[in-house]
Design a protein around this ligand. Structure first.
Ligand code: MN
Length: 451
């Protein structure tokens, strides 16, 4: 069965250079993020394992999603095929199975024995209000239909059994919570800390409200997710989870939460100010603590956008089958998007841009390029803008549009959209200067042998 343990041991065996293991004792809690920040410049930043971290009793792992190649490898594909494969699997959901009990509950603590502060969660940035669980998948059930939801929320440690939560994405969990609150009932939930990256990726996906993210997780994993019931709440979690926090989102309770260094690169105290009361901690005896570096760093940005990119790519291709690739570059957090396609008529670019803004209201600036441009190479996109775009002809500005509230430049969640048409205009007569492919092959070979 695939779980975080098997993922890590397979990665070590098959891609040893993709894991950086720090065996020296590290007592500075900011070091994992500082290392991830230094590594972010690499094409393929390694996953980080701290074996002896801040006196904790388990390995501390982070930067799992910082590399697109590693994420693709984790679901059995390659970077080039990623969007295709994610969509194929999304269309073939694989429902989970339920077992009596698995390793996730080898150790069970309830009542006064619960102390979330014993777990090696760290403070990620200097401005943060405290220690946060950042790779925390919150699992809950729709209070009316019972459909499960998996989603990420930053969770601040506030006491032995108290977590501050922001349901800031205003997604399905937020909707569940409002309905539970209206009915005057707490919303039971479980927090999964550490699962196979396929499950972690599914939890970041955008799906319809009546779809269970575990079904998609199974499809991504290539086998049904094996679930077990929680000990103190009516919620199911993967039976091989590293650590599980059980509890409830308290109704009628709001408390300050944050500030926290968000994906925008800024610390923010904007929060839905929810509270989770923890009733149990269950874990494997050999548990690994899985963190996400948070902030404006690759691990956080790739996890946040990978499944969304795949979704937007598929929807755009329903209208324009010649959309070849899309990329949300890290430089633009989740607010910039580059799209390449083969234009067949004038006017299509503005149509494509409006589709994109409608599908994802986080996108603020979108650049559309021809399909000879590699949207994953930001330099090529800038070159297309420099040579194929004229601002008086090729810009589309849409005012007063909903956007993400965490954009510091927005007016409380209202902003404008900028579409940039960097495709060649009709009647374009210029040819790219190129080199013969055979000469490039020869040159690469010579460089390899002379370096
Ligand atoms: Mn959902």
């Amino acid at each position: 069965m695939k779980d975080f343990h098997s993922f890590l041991s397979d990665l070590r065996a098959e891609c040893p250079r993709d894991v950086l293991t720090v065996s020296d004792p590290v007592d500075d809690p900011f070091v994992p993020n500082a290392m991830a920040s230094e590594l972010d410049r690499l094409e393929r930043p390694p996953l980080l394992v701290f074996e002896d971290f801040c006196g904790g009793d388990m390995p501390f792992v982070t930067n799992v999603f910082a590399s697109r190649d590693r994420l693709a490898w984790a679901i059995g594909t390659t970077r080039d095929r990623f969007h295709n494969v994610v969509n194929e699997r999304m269309q073939h959901p694989l429902p989970p199975t339920v077992v009596e009990a698995g390793p996730a509950s080898e150790s069970v603590r309830t009542g006064d024995a619960v102390d979330v502060a014993e777990l090696p969660a760290i403070q990620h940035f200097e401005q943060d209000a405290g220690r946060y669980f950042t790779a925390a998948i919150v699992v809950a059930k729709d209070p009316d239909t019972g459909v499960r939801n998996l989603s990420y929320h930053r969770l601040q440690i506030k006491g032995p059994n108290r977590l501050g939560a922001s349901l800031h994405s205003r997604g399905h969990l937020w909707d569940y919570f409002l309905r539970a609150e209206e009915a005057g009932r707490d919303l039971e939930c479980a927090v999964v800390l550490g699962a196979h990256p396929a499950i972690m990726l599914a939890a970041a996906a955008r799906m319809a409200m009546d779809e269970d993210e575990y079904d998609f997780a199974g499809a991504l994993l290539g086998e049904p997710v094996e679930l077990q019931r929680c000990v103190t709440v009516d919620v199911e979690v993967p039976s091989t989870s590293e650590i599980v926090l059980e509890g409830k989102l308290a109704v009628g309770v709001r408390e300050d939460e944050g500030p926290f260094g968000e994906y925008t690169g800024y610390a923010t105290g904007r929060s839905t100010r929810n509270v989770i009361e923890v009733s149990a901690i269950t874990r494997r005896l050999d548990s690994i603590y899985v963190d996400n570096v948070a902030g404006h760093l690759g691990d956080h940005l790739v996890l946040g956008r990978a499944a969304k990119e795949a979704y937007v790519w598929r929807r755009l291709r329903e209208v324009y089958p010649h959309v070849s690739a899309i990329n949300y570059p890290s430089s633009g957090t989740h607010y910039h998007c580059y799209v390449s396609f083969k234009k067949t008529a004038e006017g299509q670019v503005n149509h494509l841009l409006s589709l994109l803004f409608s599908l994802d209201n986080y996108v603020k600036t979108a650049v559309v390029v021809d399909d000879d441009i590699n949207v994953f190479d930001e330099g090529q996109v800038m070159w297309a803008m420099a040579t194929r775009m004229q601002p008086d002809r090729d810009l589309l500005v849409i005012p007063n549009f909903i956007c993400n509230r965490l954009d510091p430049s927005s007016r409380d969640g209202i902003g404008a959209k900028l579409g940039i048409d960097a495709t060649t205009p009709e009647g374009w007569a210029f040819q790219r200067a190129t080199l013969p492919e055979a000469s490039l092959v020869l040159a690469r070979d010579l460089l390899r042998r002379h370096s």
